[in-house]
Ligand binder design. Sequence first.
Ligand code: FAD
Length: 426
Amino acid sequence: MFAQKPGLIARCVDMCDVQTVIRSATDTRILTAIRCGGHSLAGFSSCDNGLVIDLSRMREVTVDPDARRARVAGGCLLGSIDTATQKAGLVFPSGVVSHTGAAGLILGGGTGWLTRRFGLSCDNVEAFTLVTADGSVVRASATENVDLFWALRGGGGNFGVVTEFELKLHPLTSVVLAEGLTPEGHIRQLLQCWRDFMHDAPFDLKWNLDLRLAPHKQKVPEPLRGQPVAGSSLVWTGAPEDAQPYFERALSLCHSDSVRSRNLSFLDLQTMADSDFPHGRRYYTKSGYFQYLDDATIDRFIEALATIPSPETQIELTYLGGAAGQVAAHETAFGDRSAPFITNLLANWPDASADALHISWVRSLFDRLRPAMTPGVYVNFMSGDEQERVPEAYQQRWERMVLVKTKYDPDNFFRLNQNVQPHKRG
Ligand SMILES: Cc1cc2nc3c(=O)[nH]c(=O)nc-3n(C[C@H](O)[C@H](O)[C@H](O)COP(=O)(O)OP(=O)(O)OC[C@H]3O[C@@H](n4cnc5c(N)ncnc54)[C@H](O)[C@@H]3O)c2cc1C
């Protein structure tokens, strides 16, 4: 969707390259984009006629198994981290598609299968090393540049180019995965059950829902193919024998021929959605939080399914809580985690000719859901046309964000992002 043509691409190999490029770029005031995995749904990883700092040659990962720590270079993909950490039987909690860039995901927050068990990705960062707009190298941690450390955990690419993340790891090599499809007539009951069930669910359980049209695939029961369904995906990270009672309850409203469960290696879990989100497709998204999913909101989701514009488009519903929900709003820029229901309206289609149809479907559903939403938004699930929602992402933390931005990037050199504008000089 973002076929931009930069004038120059700087393919940095190390921190010194990044410093050299940033010093030249600030001197010339050229428009500059930062690219790690290139997954920015808002199209921020490139620009027309400007400079792209491409970090794809900076993908080293060093694991210290005894300390359960990893050093990860600023251009890594999630898959580079998973492959290296699994050699030591360890995991870093990140996202669900392995070709997503780690830097963009972590800096915005980072949600995935392990969020309830181990917290957001940004909750598991011990330190950041970055090159700021004046070319300096700065380290931010719980004891160094603590204002910056706070802002980098949810504040996106606003403050500099992160060249290295120091990450906390956790022991885990496999999970139990259960999946099932609920036919249209039972979706209302399913969403009510999910809403009530997740409130007291164990941290070991992640239950994601997606409302969509069932694919025409062999494994989908014949009567459901092409029909509106709710797909349940449950991941259990505890002892496998303890999963069954939760799975049974959660999958009781699924078509019995669609239900399956299996033990899965962590690497298989992390790559199982890769082919659903190939490069080169078109994506448009809008997202928000709910404190509670009332019945009228549930009905709006179900009504929207009747007009869903394509088979790959989906309404994603996840429940935060767990370890992520235990971090207080003021501790990180990511902020308030008290509204646990997250919806992500994700249109996904192949041809430019269908852009208007998909974008208008997402916008109109979002407008109908908006009155019931709790203010707030996850910056990594925003599109490029939502700049006015950036203060909403930070709310009470906004002024603190602006102060940190003003200190580290007073001229707003890093502005191709969900942008926090610095105070004007003087
Ligand atoms: C298919 C797909 C699946 C996704 N799945 C998830 C998911 O499971 N969980 C989740 O939380 N999010 C998910 N996302 C959203 C994702 O977190 C954001 O799109 C994120 O920005 C992607 O990071 P990236 O490095 O690939 O992107 P890029 O486009 O390379 O970068 C995005 C922005 O991040 C900043 N940035 C990147 N690298 C650096 C760096 N080294 N230093 C400073 N700033 C930097 C820049 O501002 C840049 O514009 C998904 C997105 C897609 C397209």
